[in-house]
Design a protein around this ligand. Structure first.
Ligand code: DAH
Length: 334
């Protein structure tokens, strides 16, 4: 076979072998086989010197062209194999069905709070917030609570001291004052939040628990608005069988004041006819004066109830401490 006739088939064979190399190592072996010092193509190049003067230019041109093409093919294959080796060994199969992960859940108290907030939102209430470290003024004075009231006793309240006589708020009612100080009526707020009292923990008491406060101030607000509102929310939360009873009571920041009792099949199961669930009343004119509202123009009502108590009734829980122990066997049930 003439020299020229050998170039093309050898090049073609080399290109096929390059493309068949399945990894970088075997590609290098194939490279050496053709282009190494002892390689088949190198051997052909070496023969160039023995050609006649007439044959040499054409043969040289062709063999160099073949060499350039082979080197380009080699580089291309190498790049491709390098890319491949950088890919993960077991690539992700995106067509596999999804795997279910066990997601966490919201704490039962958070779930109940969210439900309560949702009910009040339907009636146009918005959520307000205030500090848990409160001062004497917002927790007691501005709520018309006299200095000798038992709630102010060191036995009942966590006092922190300081120039503002700071304390851990004993109820969310302090937020009523903070909101009315900043906004003018009409007001329609609820305040879910944590409160603190110096109680020893037992099945129905804990030194910290949660309340929801409500405040509605406008012109011509009446007690029947209060009763209708509370009844709507409790029926939404605990079912249509619930019955509510309003009983006269005393709070320094409302006049008249009432306690709300609650009855339902669950309460009956607990061996009781009625369960006390909330305090409420018409906002005391003195409270309006303190925040700068004219009690001749504005009227309003307020209420406050315990979130734990509602959650206990809803789920039939008999020990309040379960809410704070974070035992997953308890929490996973909600
Ligand atoms: N602050 C009271 C408590 O902690 C509950 C309460 C009663 C809130 C009457 C009110 C209210 O807003 O008007 O027991």
């Amino acid at each position: 076979m003439s020299f020229l006739d050998q170039i093309e088939p050898l090049k073609q064979q080399a290109l096929v072998d390059f493309n068949n190399a399945s990894d970088l190592q075997s590609l290098d072996q194939v490279r050496v086989e053709y282009l190494g010092n002892q390689g088949k193509f190198t051997a052909l190049l070496k023969q160039l010197g023995s050609l006649s003067k007439e044959e040499k230019p054409a043969a040289g041109k062709q063999i160099n062209l073949a060499k350039v093409q082979m080197e380009a093919a080699l580089a291309e294959r190498r790049e491709m194999l390098e890319l491949q080796s950088a890919l993960p060994k077991n690539p992700t199969d995106f067509t596999l069905p999804g795997r279910r992960h066990k997601l966490g859940k919201l704490h039962p108290l958070t779930q109940v709070t969210d439900d309560i907030v949702r009910c009040f939102r339907k009636l146009g209430f918005v959520v307000a917030d205030g500090p848990e470290i409160e001062d004497d003024y917002h927790c007691f004075d501005a709520l018309n609570t006299p200095a000798d009231h038992p709630a102010r006793d060191a036995q009942d309240t966590f006092h922190l001291g300081g120039s503002n006589r700071q304390l851990l708020r004993t109820h969310t009612s302090s937020v009523q004052i903070r909101v009315m100080e900043k906004q003018s009526p009409p007001i329609r707020i609820i305040v879910p939040g944590r409160v603190y009292r110096r109680d020893n923990a037992d099945a129905t008491h804990n030194p910290t628990f949660h309340q929801i406060e409500g405040l509605y101030v406008d012109k011509h607000v009446t007690m029947s608005d209060l009763k209708g509102t509370v009844e709507f929310v409790f029926k939404q939360l605990l079912g249509d069988e619930v019955k509510l009873r309003f009983r006269p009571h005393y709070f320094s920041y409302t006049e008249p004041s009432m306690e709300i009792d609650f009855s339902s099949p669950v309460v009956k199961k607990m061996g009781k006819d009625w369960l006390e669930i909330a305090g409420c009343g018409m906002v005391h004119p003195q409270v309006f004066k303190t925040v700068g509202y004219d009690p001749e123009v504005w009227s309003g009502w307020a209420f406050g109830f315990g979130i734990e108590r509602i959650a206990m009734i809803r789920y039939g829980i008999t020990d309040i401490r379960l809410f704070y122990q974070n035992d997953v066997r308890f929490l996973a049930q909600f």
